[in-house]
Each structure stands twice: as structure tokens, then as C-alpha cells.
Design a protein around this ligand. Sequence first.
Ligand SMILES: Nc1ncnc2c1ncn2[C@@H]1O[C@H](COP(=O)(O)OP(=O)(O)OP(=O)(O)O)[C@@H](O)[C@H]1O
Ligand SMILES: [Mg+2]
Length: 358
Amino acid sequence: MGTVSAQGLRKSFGDVQALNDVTLEVPDGSFFVVLGPSGAGKTTTLRALAGLERLDAGTVHLDGRDATHDPPAARDLAMVFQSYALYPRQTAFENIASPLRARKAPADEIRAAVAQVAELLHIERLLDRRPAQMSGGEMQRVALARALVRRPRAFLMDEPLTNLDLKLRVEMRTELTRIHRSLGGTFVYVTNDQVEALSMADHLAVLRDGTVQQVGTPTEVYERPANKWVAGFVGSPRISLLACHAEGDQLIGAEGWKLPRPQWATAEDGRPLLLGLRAEDLSVERRSDVALDGELYGLEPLGDRTLVDVKIGDAMVKVKARPTVTGTRGERMSVVVDLDRAHLFDADTGLALAGTGR
Ligand SMILES: Nc1ncnc2c1ncn2[C@@H]1O[C@H](COP(=O)(O)OP(=O)(O)OP(=O)(O)O)[C@@H](O)[C@H]1O
Ligand SMILES: [Mg+2]
């Protein structure tokens, strides 16, 4: 078993409220990602789960049992820190073996276990080296191996791939999800990288200012963001948000544009709204009546696609178009909108209108 749950965690450091009522339910065997920007409270949440932080309020349950007052060692959780804390005088082998040594495992069992994780993480050739003889990325993989060598109740990982170059990081994402599948076990994985979160998670919690904004599968969070902040944080390029309101059967933009009002736009007439449009749901190549008229502002070639910035009055909308798209700045350009894939948020509360999109 390996369920980890937190109810109503609160923690302040002086006048900084690092955790403000954080509740998480991590199912057994899941790859649970906590995503949020720097300072959101991700590390503090993991440290609270691990028993390294004295909480102002809240409880932690492990496998359904109240572990709030258990010391870290009694929780049977393996934590990989943001800064890999390796023993400098020991070789990679000795570092990785240390949790098994502490348990007084027999030498041949230790050798076999270390060889297995070293192979998983492609660090066999590093086993005789000390940390000073390794790169940051290599040390990070050794720290991961040290966590993976035992079978704890759950793994807590704090941005374990940050020191890797982009190519290795992308490889390690795939490796880690493969390791998760082959080892089984519960992973709680913290990152500020939304691409990493969406590609690795089976469950995703989005954290901001010590508050959980949304929990769901990556698809749910991407396709049905609970509020405009989540919509803006998840997805690249950033979702375009246009001020508007509903009136009768129309949506009317602050910039003067008009679109048919989607059936699910249940807000009362006149209430300030934000129309959220993702770049990949828009087109400047097709023709349609359901379009926003604007002018071309800029083209940014991305290789397989070109990102087109279109000015709608004073607002800017980003469109992912085919790389063949051309034009000059100031040229008139229409942005075709697929309202079934659009989002509407209440401008005051930021919350998505119920039934928004899809
Ligand atoms: N020991 C501490 N003393 C004072 N303030 C702290 C301490 N630890 C964390 N904080 C503050 O609490 C907030 C949350 O910090 P935390 O380290 O959990 O953020 P994070 O989401 O892990 O950010 P990052 O992505 O930068 O690692 C921040 O405002 C931080 O400055
Ligand atoms: Mg952190």
C-alpha cells in the first residue's frame, strides 16, 4: 500500500503563509504531480508529508493511518531533494547503498539492488566516483538512485530533474515514468514545469500561494481549467484572455467584436467575463462567420508551426498556424474561433463558468 493524504495543511514562516489549507489525496500507485510556480509552497508541502516541517494546522495520513506526529524515519517515505544531498566522501555506489546499509541488508543483496537501479538510471559507469568527480546531472541521478534502491511506502521527489540539460531532462521524464510503471509504488513529484507535469502525471494538483487551485488528470486540468489562473499557467503559448460580456444571443467583446453566445455561457447578461482561447484551437487560414477581426502583429516560426500574433483592438491573441502562413504587420487578419473549445471565466472571481467548453 502507499496512499498519502493531507488534510487542511497550514504553515506560515513569519508573515509568509506558505501553506494555506492544502488538501491532497494521493492514490496508491499513482504518479501524482504537484505543479506550481516558484514560492507556491511545493517544497513545504513535501516536507510536511515527510514530517520535516512543524505544521500550524492539518493532518497527514499514510495508508489511512494518522501519521501527523510520526517522526520522519517512522513514515517510510523516500525523499529526493531539490538540492541532491550526497555524502561527499563516498562513492556513488556507497551513496546509493547507504539506505540498505542502514537497514543492515546482506552485502550480496546490496550489490544486486544497486546494480539494478544503476542500470535503470544509466549510471553504471559512475559507481566508483565521488560526487566531486560528477556533473550536477550525474549527481542528481545518483540521488534518485539512492531513493529508488529501497521500496518505501512512497517516493517524494522535489524537482529532481532541474539540473539536467534539456535533452537529458526529456529522456529522464520518460525513464522516470517507465521506472514508476516497472517498480509500481506511489510517486509524489513536484515541479514548476507544466510540460513536465502534463507529460508525467496521472494525477495533477496545481498549487498557487499555498492554495490548491485544481486537482485532476492532466487532460482535465488542460481542457477544463478551474479558473483563469490555471488556464494561464498550464499551456504554452499562454492562453489568450479577452474581456467581454454576454447579451442575448451574443458575446460582445470590450474591443467591440461579436461572437454567437455559446449555449453553455450561463452568466447573466452584462456580467464581466473573460473569453479564453488557446492558440491551437484558433485558425487564421480558414474562413468562418465565427471570427474576430484584427490585424497581424507578428509571426514567430516554431519549425512545425508558426505562432501568429493578431491584435484585436488593444488585445493580443496568439494563433498556432501552419508554417506556410505569411503576411506583413498591420495587414487585416481574421481569427476563426471554435466556440466548442473556448473557455469563459467570470472576470471578477476568475472562476470558470460551469460547463465551459468541450
Ligand atoms: N524556512 C523558511 N523560512 C522562511 N520562509 C520560507 C521558508 N521555507 C519556505 N519559505 C517561504 O514559503 C513560501 C513557499 O516556499 P516553498 O519552498 O514551499 O516554495 P516552492 O513552491 O517549493 O518554490 P520553488 O519552486 O522556488 O522551489 C515561499 O514564499 C518561501 O519564501
Ligand atoms: Mg521548492
